[in-house]
Design a protein around this ligand. Sequence first.
Ligand code: PMP
Length: 430
Amino acid sequence: ATGNLDKQKTIDLRKKHVGPSCKVFFSHDPIKIVRARGQYMYNEKDEKYLDCINNVAHVGHCHPDVVEAGAKQMELLNTNSRFLHDNLVLYAQRLQATLPEKLSVCYFVNSGSEANDLALRLAWQYTVNSTLSVPPLSLHWDLNSNQFLRSVKLTALSPDIYRGKYCEDHPDPATAYAENVKDIIEQAHKKGRKIAAFIAESLQSCGGQVIPPVGYFQKVAQHVRNAGGVFIADEVQVGFGRVGTHFWGFQLQGEDFVPDIVTMGKPIGNGHPMSCVITTREVAESFMSSGMEYFNTFGGNPVSCAIGLAVLDVIEKEDLQGNALHIGSYLTQLLDDLKKRHLLVGDVRGRGLFIGLDLVRNRDKRTPATAEAQDVIYRLKEQRILLSADGPHRNVLKFKPPMCFSREDAELVVEKIDQILTGNSGNSKL
Ligand code: PMP
């Protein structure tokens, strides 16, 4: 039987047999969850937690429609995509319908990392146009010098207008941050390197809930394409309607922006391990022209596609994108009110149900309040609310709950944060 072990026994067995690099949440006092539904999770004592962090359980934990679709298909058939199957083609067609027309070719894989690796391989093949296979994340063949080149990852400035190099008082941060990418490209060219791709999250999640200024992606794409590279938008965390006004995060940049490749994961299967890379016919043809076959054992199997279709159905049927917009705006408003009352709250930023609360020790200097953020999440946990702190300084309280999050949930979490901050500061005048 599963789920019946004494909690300490679970901890002991995990220490003994599970790779230690994966840190458990709340490592001083981890939580054992045995079931979940909607936006609530239940521990071994059946105590209920409000989940503000699981963007994977996009349409709600264990949504009955998704569970049923997966179970039914599992009973009938699950096999690889070398056989014809309607689920695969219908799902590709449904996903495509959410995207700009030219993003029309799908590759189904199993995790966000796998999707990004494949996206980079597509980019290399397209830009280098080699006839040899490209090992992921390591080498590519250069036709000019007739040798393998090590691929190099160059890091651009984070387009963060709160804590970055160019802030909200800059006249044109979008252009300034894009110029940084242009400079990096020029430096690379000077060293005889080629540019295969620029890859970025459409909104940065682990990077501290950073929303790139509008126009940044268009300008970056122009510089990258001028250099022969492609633009990859990573929608692994923020896609599928989470930003509220749009289905995809990159669409916040405007109608005129279309990436060359989009990667998706986490919410795509509501917890079922699946992911996807979508690109243009042109990029896909170039990959094909390498002569190398690409096949993925589990990617696009009938069960995953049935689940993916059910997730899209639920988003539509329950208008979860609309809910993300309305509840997200309401939550943002409540958090803005908190900012008025607590100096510790330096910035509230987000779109839809993707919101960050940037805690600072000093509003002018924007000094990250790392320890305070950790304290808040531990105290919330005592009140059975799950929230995380992220960003380079781990001081940004990060909201990315299941999309069925309600007004009452928003009110509860903000009320509890308010109480904690009041307690912390004594008189709310930190
Ligand atoms: N892209 C982004 C933006 C992510 O946040 C993550 C995982 N945190 C990944 C890719 C990798 O996804 P996975 O863990 O499914 O491999």
